[in-house]
Ligand binder design. Structure first.
Ligand code: F6P
Length: 536
């Protein structure tokens, strides 16, 4: 792929004011409506020619063929020799999906029914702890993709939660599991060990801690009946002592960060019930169908991706902020950090050659309006340009607080408007005149109140954060990552970059315990170890 045309186009755009481009036809034409949502990208510097160039690049990079290869079970994760079929987990109305000549759908649907029977049994109390205690609390122990998805979605869909309380423990920092277990009663707690590989050290250590905590109260023999597992490694779940009837497996074609649609979503299903979980799957399934069928300009994931490429690879902005005006999406930025940065944070293309262009951006964010009172200062007046991805729903779940929701929406729109318009020196001078400043002092004060404006943003709007809408939003972002990854020539489905640190942690652990020879460690790490050992 030749990225030079995109860079030249973005260079030419630096002299352009978005406000000069923006009129009613642009507001209409630089937006995509799909399913229940609307994605507005009119507040960017991209003009029609730039957009046509991006679409041309999209077509030249063969995304549609690669997309069909993904949906039809080809092994597009070439460095791990795996198919990529998280979409099969929500293919409720679709046909067969073949991997190695076999249809995976009967297995997917059978696991879904087993999950539903288990989740509903926990919810209605027919599946109880030994001694008949109803499970009132569920602790999901997992990390990365085995935590972020269900944790984010359970918080997002809390208005639909009418089952046991769900808690999430991920960090190997003992403080995490301590704080969660400290509030719970072992005899009515179900522990779900969520780990695709069942080898992740943090998860296994936390699972052992939970088992010891249970054993202390309910006895070692009964502790096993408080566990369930979500994993592809059924030999390892058996070795841990978990009843196979409570193990929900999935295949190696489900990547960790794409896994909440299947067994990894069990805690969410227990919280909101099987029916609402199906609505979540249906939202994602609808986005899958849209992604496969719509032409580029009407295709929401494609346009979200092209805007992303415009900002990162074209304009060179190194980060993008995700700013949900939806408190219950507080964990969405963290979820998207894994989805986007573990998928597209690579330096080599599929064939091993260095990438000719920057890889995916740093993704970060916080819900509005909180962020406004923290880091928005830099977004408005700092020297870096940070494309902002706003999102907001038309309606909240609390009609009695509709006035608060109106203010929330007004803030979301105000921020993108402020980024667009800014405030000129002359306008700031007039303000300072009114405030009674004069001469050089007026100008000095005015300079601090100038906003450059012309800062790009997009806004995703949706009716209300229901299970179905959340499914649409998450699938939208998954496909955005896919399109960006294919256009960059990256394998978005491996994550070799997380391995080195894991290996080194293993070899450092004995040194932290004061065992072994620190001779091989670098001088800086040896000094840090020295401090921590003498102060520990
Ligand atoms: O270390 C990274 C990673 O492999 C993620 O990709 C994955 O989501 C997470 O660890 C957890 O892995 P597992 O589900 O196998 O415990």
């Amino acid at each position: 792929m030749d990225w030079s045309k995109l860079k030249s186009a973005a260079e030419a755009a630096t002299t352009r004011r978005i406000e000069d481009l923006l009129d009613a036809p642009r507001a209409d034409g630089f937006a995509v409506s799909a399913l229940d949502m609307r994605f507005d990208y009119s507040k960017t510097t991209m003009n029609e020619d730039d957009r046509a160039l991006l679409v041309e690049m999209y077509e030249a990079s063969g995304v549609p063929a690669r997309r069909e290869a993904m949906f039809s079970g080809e092994k597009i994760n070439e460095t791990e020799g795996r198919a990529v079929l998280h979409t099969a987990l929500r293919n409720l109305d679709g046909g067969p999906v073949m991997v190695d000549g076999a249809d995976v759908m009967p297995g997917v649907l059978e696991t879904l029914s087993r999950m539903e029977a288990f989740a509903e049994g926990i919810r209605d109390g027919s599946i109880a702890a030994p001694g008949g205690h109803r499970f009132t609390d569920v602790v999901n122990i997992g990390i990365g993709g085995s935590d972020l998805g269900p944790a984010m979605a359970t918080q997002a869909l809390s208005p639909y939660a009418d089952g046991p309380r769900c808690h999430f423990v991920s960090n190997v920092d003992g403080a995490h599991i301590y704080d969660v277990l400290d509030t719970l009663e072992p005899s009515s707690t179900l522990v779900i060990v969520a780990s695709k590989t069942f080898t992740t050290i943090e998860t296994m250590m936390n699972a052992e801690t939970a088992r010891a905590w249970l054993a202390k109260t309910v006895g070692a023999e009964k502790a096993g009946a408080h566990f369930a597992a979500l994993s592809s490694a059924t030999d390892k779940t058996a070795a841990f002592g978990i009843d196979p009837a409570r193990v929900f497996g999935f295949e190696d074609w489900v990547g960790g960060r794409y896994s909440m649609w299947g067994p990894i979503g069990l805690s969410l299903m227990i919280a909101i019930g099987a029916e609402a979980f199906r609505a979540f799957l249906r939202g994602a399934e609808a986005m899958d169908r849209h992604f496969r069928a719509a032409q580029p300009l009407e295709n929401m994931p494609v346009m979200l991706a092209l805007v992303g490429l415009w900002h990162r690879q074209g304009c060179g902005y190194p980060t993008r902020a995700v700013l949900p005006y939806e408190q219950r999406l507080a964990r969405l930025p963290a979820y998207l950090q894994q989805l986007e940065m573990e998928s597209n944070g690579k330096s080599v293309a599929m064939d091993g050659a260095p990438l000719p262009v920057a890889s995916g951006p740093v993704v970060w964010g916080e819900p509005g309006t909180n962020g406004q009172h923290a880091f928005y200062q830099l977004i408005h007046q700092g020297t870096s340009v940070i494309p902002c991805e706003f999102m907001v729903g038309a309606e909240s779940h609390h009609p009695e607080l509709a006035h608060q929701h109106r203010l929330l929406i007004a803030n979301c729109l105000a921020q993108s408007q402020a980024l667009l318009k800014g405030r000129s020196f002359e306008e700031a001078q007039a303000l300072m005149d009114k405030a009674g400043f004069e001469g050089a002092e007026r100008d000095r004060q005015a300079r601090h109140r100038v906003f450059p404006g012309n800062r790009p943003s997009t806004t995703l709007t949706y009716p209300k954060l229901t299970p179905e809408i959340l499914g649409q939003i998450v699938a939208l972002y998954e496909h955005r990552v896919f399109v960006e990854g294919v256009m960059l020539g990256i394998n978005s489905f491996d994550q070799w970059g997380v391995e080195l640190g894991k290996e080194l942690a293993k070899s450092l652990e004995p040194l932290v315990a004061g065992e072994g020879d620190a001779g091989d460690v670098d001088a800086s790490t040896a000094a840090l170890l020295g401090y921590l050992r003498t102060h520990g």
